[in-house]
Design a protein around this ligand. Structure first.
Ligand code: KIV
Length: 283
């Protein structure tokens, strides 16, 4: 089984084959997504919400992202693992950005992702690429800028905004990004951008015409309790499955149904007799 690489992803765009990316933040979810055929596993900073229970992605840092990246990379045999650069890990200087991107690579990521196409983001993408670190861009709704964007809003709704987003995507492409995530963008804008870029677009809430799709695994599994985005789809109801399994365990411990002899270990007969002898001598 060959590992998916940056050039596999680019070939998939040229062949018109849809690219599938799923988030994972731990060993077993990454393993299952990999076995299911996901081409890319994104260790997204959405971990801030779905793993850590924070309100925004801005509350997670490199410390957590390094641990989650290592765990997910340990589970992925075939998929290309993309480590997300969290808020303030790449905005302060190009040197710091490359260092943090390199740390994610050292944990097992095959690429990194960062948000926006500001001057510093473009410089960081160019330097990372020169250093040998493949980069995925992220345009449209960029969660780390939620406070500037004034909330969770669809981006690129007008013709002018679509052209500006295409210009940004081209700048990322020229700086060396090998793919770009388009988040919460009208289907028409995402289609226009996809058709006018060489690198693949991976959509999330961007309609059907991007080169690929990415969703948050906790959303498709029905595991995250606080919010279900309109653009996602629930393929399982793990919240119910998990809560009901936990409730069954609680009930069985309370009523004595668990553990049974099947789950118990036993002493060898000779040791048991010895214990009984010692116990009666001590009485
Ligand atoms: O952090 C994340 O999970 C992401 C996806 C929503 C693209 O950036």
């Amino acid at each position: 089984m060959d590992r998916i690489t940056v050039s596999t992803i680019q070939k998939m765009k040229r062949a018109g084959e849809k690219i599938v990316m799923l988030t994972a933040y731990d060993y077993s979810t990454a393993k299952y997504a990999d076995e299911a055929g996901a081409d890319m596993i994104l260790v997204g900073d959405s971990a801030a919400m779905v793993v850590m229970g924070y309100e925004t992605t801005n509350q997670i840092g490199m410390t957590e992202m390094l641990v989650f990246t290592k765990a997910a990379a340990n589970g992925a045999q075939r998929s290309l693992v993309v480590g997300d650069l969290p808020f303030l890990s790449y905005q302060l200087s190009v040197k710091k950005a490359v260092l943090n991107a390199g740390k994610l690579i050292q944990q097992g990521a095959g690429a990194v992702k960062l948000e926006g196409a500001s001057d510093f983001a473009l410089k960081a993408v160019a330097r990372m690429t020169e250093t040998g670190i493949p980069v995925v861009g992220h345009l449209g709704f960029t969660p780390q800028s939620v406070k500037v964007l004034g909330g969770y809003k669809v981006q690129g709704k007008s013709a002018a905004a679509t052209l500006k987003m295409l210009e940004d995507a081209k700048k990322l492409q020229d700086a060396g990004a090998f793919a770009v995530v388009l988040e919460m963008v009208p289907e028409e804008s995402a289609r226009y951008i996809t058709e006018n870029l060489d690198i693949p677009t991976i959509g999330i809430g961007a309609g059907a015409y991007t080169s690929g799709q990415v969703l948050v695994s906790d959303d498709i599994l029905g595991k995250y309790p606080d919010f279900a985005p309109k653009f996602s789809k629930k393929y399982a109801d793990l919240r119910t499955v998990i809560t009901s399994a936990c409730a069954d365990f609680v009930a069985e411990v309370k009523n004595g149904a668990f553990p049974t002899d099947k789950e118990a270990f036993h002493m060898p007969e000779a040791d048991l007799q010895e214990l009984q002898k010692l116990a009666s001598a001590a009485e």
